[in-house]
Design a protein around this ligand. Structure first.
Ligand code: PMP
Length: 299
């Protein structure tokens, strides 16, 4: 009888070469499909790592309610993993995020606190207030917990090095908490790879590229280390949405708009680097999470 659980399905995601969006003369572009983790995003490995670490160290107690601020994907991963492990959970999320996110979290039975959309960081201020009650809550703190970086270091970074045999000239990823970028960059650096690390952010703080942080100086995630980043590039909503649609239509991969934002820059890098080089990018979350948004054209 099989003993596989949903938790065992987290990580070991495929790395898929893009065939139609690249042309001869360009570098190869490979997409790490984090969207195909069981709850649908790159956050499953982060939440699993931090929760299991806190269980081992005794910081997380059976009666604790797991809380965090999330643009949706961490909340969804917490909702799934808390349910699997028998904890209650509560997520703080800005009201501007897609309605699909709210519904998915409710399906897994989490409690949702919606904060104002006027401030892109409102959910972070709200959870930090609640987190003072340490008897009731376990604050997962994806923005400040080193486990976020380590989950990508030992997970995404190690997998990428093995999947490419170390042949990565450029890694392009989105900056939300910075966990993906910091973890992968550190792993590649520690293994002697001179990979160029490119961080993507939206070009304004009211962007509809959910999950990415516009660095306007109002909040810098504590885990963010700019010395690991070679270049930080701003992308517009229009470019992100259009590239996301192309990914679905030309490659059969339906992801959310942060993936399109990252991919647009990855394609530019692949043109600049040219044949014989390799650019790696990330499929961050599933496109079905955005059916109600303007990503999907009306019939
Ligand atoms: N894309 C999406 C859709 C996300 O939800 C996130 C995380 N907020 C990211 C990209 C960026 O990931 P990270 O937090 O590791 O920087």
């Amino acid at each position: 009888m099989t003993t596989t659980t949903v938790l065992d399905m987290i990580g070991s995601t495929p790395l898929i070469p893009l065939r139609r969006m690249t042309q001869p003369g360009m570098a190869a572009v490979l997409i790490k499909m984090e969207a195909w983790n069981p709850s649908g995003s790159l956050k499953d490995r982060v939440v699993k790592y931090i929760v299991e670490d806190a269980e081992r160290s005794g910081l997380l107690k059976p009666h604790h309610i797991i809380i965090d601020a999330s643009s949706g994907n961490t909340g969804i991963a917490i909702a799934m993993i808390a349910t699997l492990k028998g904890y209650r959970s509560r997520i703080y999320m800005p009201e501007t995020k897609s309605v699909e996110r709210r519904k998915i979290m409710r399906m897994w039975g989490t409690e949702l606190v919606l904060t104002t959309g006027a401030d892109q960081n409102s959910h972070i201020w709200a959870v930090e207030e609640a987190a003072k009650d340490t008897a009731t809550f376990f604050y997962l703190n994806q923005n400040g917990n080193e486990g976020n970086v380590l989950s990508h270091y030992f997970g995404t970074g190690a997998e990428l090095l093995a999947q490419t045999h170390g042949d990565i000239d450029c890694f392009v990823a989105g900056a939300g908490t910075g966990g993906t970028l910091m973890g992968v960059a550190r792993y590649l650096r520690d293994h002697g790879r001179p990979t160029q690390i490119v961080a993507i952010e939206p070009d304004n703080s009211h962007s509809k590229i959910e999950g990415l942080l516009h660095f306007d100086g109002t909040f810098i995630p504590p885990i963010w280390d700019p010395s690991l980043i070679s270049e930080q590039v701003r992308v517009s909503d229009e470019v992100a949405f259009e590239t996301t649609r192309r990914l679905a239509r030309e490659e059969g991969i339906f992801c959310g708009p942060s993936t399109g934002a990252i991919l647009a820059v990855a394609l530019d890098k692949a043109r600049q680097l040219g044949e014989g080089h390799t650019v790696v990018t990330v499929g961050c979350d599933r496109g079905e999470r955005y059916l109600s948004t303007k990503l999907v054209p009306e019939e």
